[in-house]
Write a protein that binds this ligand. Structure first.
Ligand SMILES: [Ca+2]
Ligand SMILES: [Ca+2]
Ligand SMILES: [Ca+2]
Ligand SMILES: [Ca+2]
Length: 486
């Protein structure tokens, strides 16, 4: 998920999500929702004007959870922008062009001291793939350029987890987790306390097998709801109304015309409510379902060719409308559908990326103002630079991840460029790849998950101002939670 990052309010869903579906020969249907959470950015201006005072928050601990600590930073600017270590900046601080805020200083790209630290073997010891524990991690002050996480821990959600959504569902500000349990025909809620701890499972049956979830306020009551794509629902999208008190009501269903296999949510039609776009994998179409005036008023289905697998949304051209990316694993394509302000989408422009395109994310990864693509391919991650609006260069392997099942673009280290978070199904890891600002990626971290991750989502679960990661896992019925530790 890649377009503008909105600030996540207590009941606000971030604007877009990505879902992914299964392919028969790989077992369970995979699905993912990626929620990007806005981090209040304090940008250094070119004139060297003052920026921001940022008070990070939260100090907490738990029996099985890590401790996060607080930090306060004051941002000032690099002026003149020499790149010398003469410019203090904060975590969220973005220095002038060409400089990154690293370890509290504006420095030139390439001279960064990227911090790493995670427990990829889940043995309780933080480590780095290359450099040992990160110097800058754990001080409570998020700094641009550092990737800092505590050891991952699994959380049981229910049998056959296919998808996860992060959002507020209990009326309290802390973010909660909702997962799709395909063996229990249910959505499962665990309420978060803002410190990276979660309450007991609350199971809500939906009478059909969920394949993918999307979260948002679909009925305009300012309470978050869940929309469920299910191939066994009889051709409807299931609307599960959030009551705002950690409970759901099975509310209604909307005709979709075929079994749904993937779904993602965003405000597509200009109303204040969240809309969805869903994929009919076997019927080979996508359809937008607008929520104004009531949940799920369908627009015309758009044929997208053989075996659509996943849909995600991103801003790829110069207008303000979200565009849709529809992958097809059997066809080996990513189809780009340009969006309009009324929530409709143009015809698909299919781009061949080789076999096995399972999921895609869009965004400008090299900073030239043109939208680019990254793809979870058959055996590797792929990168396609946009050459002009609607046109893309050759799919180039990035060289990380094994049988990737999901992919997201997000500025995880808050240095101003989009990084990759990938669910690596073949070796049960989350891979984090740092962008050098030119669309070149290097693997930063490989974090073990409980079993093959089918979905990867992000949100600030422990309220420290840095994004945390959650992977959804079918075989183990878990989510693996990776909390930030800046
Ligand atoms: Ca609602
Ligand atoms: Ca670009
Ligand atoms: Ca970045
Ligand atoms: Ca966090």
């Amino acid at each position: 998920m890649t377009h503008s990052l909105g600030v996540l309010g207590p009941r606000a869903f971030p604007p877009a999500a990505a879902t992914q579906t299964q392919v028969p020969d790989r077992g369970p249907r995979a699905a993912a929702v990626v929620l990007a959470v806005g981090l209040a950015a304090a940008a250094c201006t070119a004139t060297g004007a003052h920026i921001d005072d940022t008070a990070a928050s939260v100090s907490s601990s738990s029996d099985d959870g890590p401790v996060t600590s607080a930090g306060t930073g004051v941002a000032m600017c690099d002026f003149p922008p020499t790149g010398a270590r003469d410019c203090p900046c904060t975590l969220q601080g973005t220095c002038v062009d060409g400089l990154s805020c690293v370890a509290g200083q504006c420095v030139a790209r390439g001279s960064t001291e990227t911090s790493v630290g995670a427990d990829s073997t889940a043995d309780g010891q933080a480590e780095s793939a290359t450099e040992g524990p990160a110097v800058g991690c754990g001080d409570g002050v998020p700094v641009a350029g550092e990737f800092c996480f505590d050891p991952p821990f699994p959380l049981y959600m229910g049998g056959g987890i296919r998808d996860v959504v992060i959002g507020n569902f209990d009326g309290a500000p802390a973010l909660d987790l909702v997962a799709a349990s395909s063996s229990e025909d249910a959505v499962v809620l665990r309420v978060g306390n803002g410190a990276g701890e979660f309450g007991v499972r609350k199971v809500f049956g939906i009478g059909a097998t969920p394949a993918a979830l999307a979260g948002g306020d679909f009925d305009g009551d300012s309470l978050n709801d869940v929309a469920v794509a299910s191939p066994t629902s009889g051709g409807v999208i299931i609307f599960v109304r959030g009551n705002g008190n950690a409970s759901f009501a099975f509310e209604s269903s909307t005709p979709f015309g075929a079994g749904a296999s993937a779904i993602t949510a965003a405000d597509l039609g200009g109303s204040d409510t969240t809309d969805v776009i869903a994929v009919a994998g076997e019927a080979h179409f996508v359809q937008v379902l607008l929520t104004d005036p009531s949940p799920f008023f369908g627009l015309n289905a758009i044929p997208v060719g053989e075996g659509p697998t996943d849909v995600s949304l991103a801003k790829l051209n110069e207008d303000d409308n979200l565009d849709a990316l529809v992958t097809s694993e059997p066809a080996g394509t990513v189809s780009v559908l340009l969006g309009s302000a009324d929530g409709s989408f143009g015809p698909p422009n299919a781009i061949g990326v080789g076999a096995g395109a399972r999921a895609a994310a869009g965004g400008d990864i090299n900073g030239d103002g043109i939208g680019d693509l990254v793809v979870a391919g058959a055996s590797d991650l792929l990168r396609l630079f946009g050459t002009e609006v609607g046109s893309f260069g050759t799919a180039t392997p990035i060289g990380s991840a094994v049988t990737p099942l999901d992919i997201a673009l997000v500025d995880l280290d808050v240095d101003g460029d989009l990084d990759i978070v990938a669910a690596s199904g073949g070796d049960a890891t989350i891979r984090i790849l740092a962008n050098d600002g030119t669309g070149m990626f290097a693997e930063e971290l490989s974090i073990a998950t409980a079993s093959a991750p089918y979905a990867i989502v992000m949100g600030d679960l422990n309220e420290d101002g840095a994004l945390d990661l959650v992977a959804g896992e079918f075989e183990s019925g878990t989510v693996t939670v990776v909390l930030s530790n800046p």
